[in-house]
Ligand binder design. Structure first.
Ligand SMILES: [Fe+2]
Length: 290
């Protein structure tokens, strides 16, 4: 398992080291309330709906300047993206060979001596281009919190248990039909410090490597009917509901295996109007860390 993928867990989503305190102790009361953030989110959403009614175009990419996402206010890109020289970057960037990826690396439940705790799930889908054609031979990497909503990362100080049998990273190569398949544990929601009582909906981070390093894309998959969607400023940076829906997996009983695991389907569309939102286009060559 590549160790460098844990670097992706460096994230402002994660709770930074805090003063020791009781796990249930409320945070600083000066921190903004969810109700304030929700009112901002609603106002932006209503303004978007009015713009659509007035003939505006659907916005299928996230807004870079999205004030409710407080930690991005000072760090979101404000200038045009710079094109990198792909040939130069290839000299310094990671590379992988298809033979380096073992089939068992797609099973996040067998990486330790015991079984991880939580709800075992199968996450499967296809990587497709804008015309619905499969994109084969793609390196797909995932990382996620455990069933309690805890990452194995020093910056994650969420007082939830670490599961000694779950690291939360896996990878696979898409097949000739563009398909990928992971066996994992359903991640838990976790708190972050955007505002008081801020919680991220359960999600799995996805990276697609492309055919060269400059093509790498990163996105997140969510689970259906999560009650935290309306409250989450990251999910809400995409103001268009159809575009948001494309980040949400579908429960698929045909993927569910009896006595074993529930199945979720999620396709990733790389181009065109049905394209899945990805972080790198929106946030520049250095990528995002969320
Ligand atoms: Fe996350």
């Amino acid at each position: 398992m590549p160790e460098d993928i844990t670097a992706e867990l460096e994230s402002e989503e994660l709770v930074p080291p805090a003063e020791p305190k009781a796990a249930h102790q409320p945070l600083d009361k000066a921190i903004e309330l969810q109700a304030d953030l929700s009112a901002e989110i609603s106002a932006i959403g209503e303004a978007y709906q009015r713009a659509l009614k007035d003939g505006g175009q659907p916005e299928i990419q996230p807004r870079l300047d999205y004030p409710p996402y407080r930690s991005s206010i000072l760090r979101h890109p404000t200038k045009s993206l710079q094109h990198a020289d792909p040939e130069t970057i290839e000299l310094y960037s990671p590379a992988f060979g298809h033979q380096d990826v073992h089939a068992l690396e797609s099973d996040l439940t067998i990486q330790h001596n015991g079984e991880p705790l939580g709800e075992r799930i199968i996450v499967s889908g296809k990587v497709l281009d804008g015309d619905g054609r499969p994109v084969a031979g793609q390196l797909v990497e995932i990382w996620q919190a455990n069933s309690s909503g805890r990452y194995i990362h020093k910056r994650d100080q969420h007082p939830a248990p670490i599961d000694p049998n779950f690291t939360g990273i896996g990878r696979c190569i898409t097949g000739p039909d563009g398909s990928y398949r992971f066996i994992t544990i359903k991640p838990g929601a976790y708190p972050w410090k955007n505002h008081l009582n801020a919680w991220r909906p359960a999600h799995i981070h996805f990276s697609l490597f492309g055919t060269e390093f400059t093509q790498r894309i990163i996105t997140q998959m969510y689970f259906p009917a999560d009650q935290l969607f309306p409250l989450d400023p990251i999910y809400q940076t995409i103001v268009d509901q159809d575009a948001r829906d494309r980040l949400v997996a579908t429960y698929d009983h045909s993927l569910t295996e009896p006595e074993w695991a529930l199945g979720y389907n999620w396709d990733i569309v790389l181009t065109g109007p049905k394209r899945t939102w990805t972080e790198n286009e929106a946030l520049g060559a250095e990528g995002d860390e969320e």
